[in-house]
Design a protein around this ligand. Structure first.
Ligand code: CP
Length: 303
């Protein structure tokens, strides 16, 4: 049982494995809800399809009450502070807030400022963390390759702006994977050496012999004008096709957190091939992982 899920770094390997076991139990329908009657508030300051829909469905399957907070119609526009908003939501009856926001580490700042025991789940903050994505990716990898220990996992694309890459790295390192990042210089973060991974700027070299290849989209909404100019020919060197995948990593599991930009980081023919189905399976596992996370916030009993 935990109060908040903010990032992967604060979870132990035992806690992660426990969340995955619970997610697998929800997938097999062998566990019941501990969160029935509790209230979840979905608050998304950035757009979302997978995370929003799967959290909403997860909460509904757990028989929770669900509030979809409408940012545009809320009293934020009247100058209400974050502190006052969350304290009011707590008194109205919200137990847990599922928050997506463009600001890094926003939940830590909220928790420093509010005086009431509202629970928080990070549904993605800036380019910092997306813990439930890393958990569902890990669940999918376990289903496909059994264990990640010693396995070559390549994450390729706009690493600099990707919270998914950072949360996956934190998780995969805990379980002994060999993590490689592949990006052109303009999509590498500052001080790339601090990530303690193997860096590549050549896609073919990076994926050679990989067990998992995870592609990332170009996050156009976070790019400055300089980077927009530089990344104009990104697809020439970094678009993955069946031909390249079959040549350099024929046994690799193909993954992508979504949303996919067809013909930018991946060809349509690869996405629509049998290899691409894993990307949809990731989205499905997101439902079970999010059920597990919400359930664990309110304690749980095995059937
Ligand atoms: N992977 C992911 O977070 O997708 P959404 O932005 O659609 O939620």
């Amino acid at each position: 049982m935990f109060n908040h899920l903010i990032d992967i770094e604060r979870l132990s390997t035992e806690e992660i494995s426990d969340i995955i076991s619970t997610a697998q139990a929800f997938k097999k329908d062998t566990i019941t809800s501990s969160a029935k009657g509790k209230t979840a508030c979905l608050m998304f300051f950035e757009n979302s399809t997978r995370t929003h829909c799967s959290f909403e469905l997860a909460a509904k399957k757990l028989k929770m009450h669900v509030l979809n907070f409408d940012i545009g119609a809320s009293s934020f526009s009247k100058g209400e502070s974050i502190k006052d908003t969350f304290e009011n939501l707590y008194f109205i009856g919200v137990d847990a807030v599922i928050l997506r926001h463009s600001e890094n580490k926003i939940i830590d700042r909220i928790l420093e400022n509010i005086s009431y025991p509202l629970k928080f789940v990070n549904a993605g903050d800036g380019n910092c963390a997306h813990p439930t994505q890393a958990l569902l990716d890990y669940m999918t990898m376990l289903e496909k390759i059994g264990s990640v220990e010693g396995k070559k996992i390549v994450i390729a694309g706009d690493v600099a702006h990707s919270r998914v890459a950072k949360s996956n790295l934190a998780l995969l390192k805990k379980f002994g994977a060999e993590v490689h990042f592949c990006a052109p210089e303009y999509f590498m973060p500052e001080n790339p050496e601090k990530f303690n991974v193997i860096w590549h700027d050549n896609l073919e070299e990076a994926i050679s012999g990989a067990d998992v290849v995870m592609l990332l989209r170009v996050q156009n909404e976070r790019l400055d004008s300089e980077t927009v100019k530089k990344c104009g020919n990104y697809s020439d060197k970094y678009k993955l096709s069946s031909e390249i995948l079959n040549k350099y990593a024929p046994n690799a599991v193909l993954m992508h957190p979504g949303p996919v930009n067809r013909e930018v980081e991946i060809t349509s023919e690869l996405l629509d091939s049998t290899k691409g189905v894993t990307i949809l399976e990731q989205a499905r596992n997101g439902l079970f992982v999010r059920m597990a996370v919400l359930n664990k916030m309110f304690g749980e009993k095995d059937e």
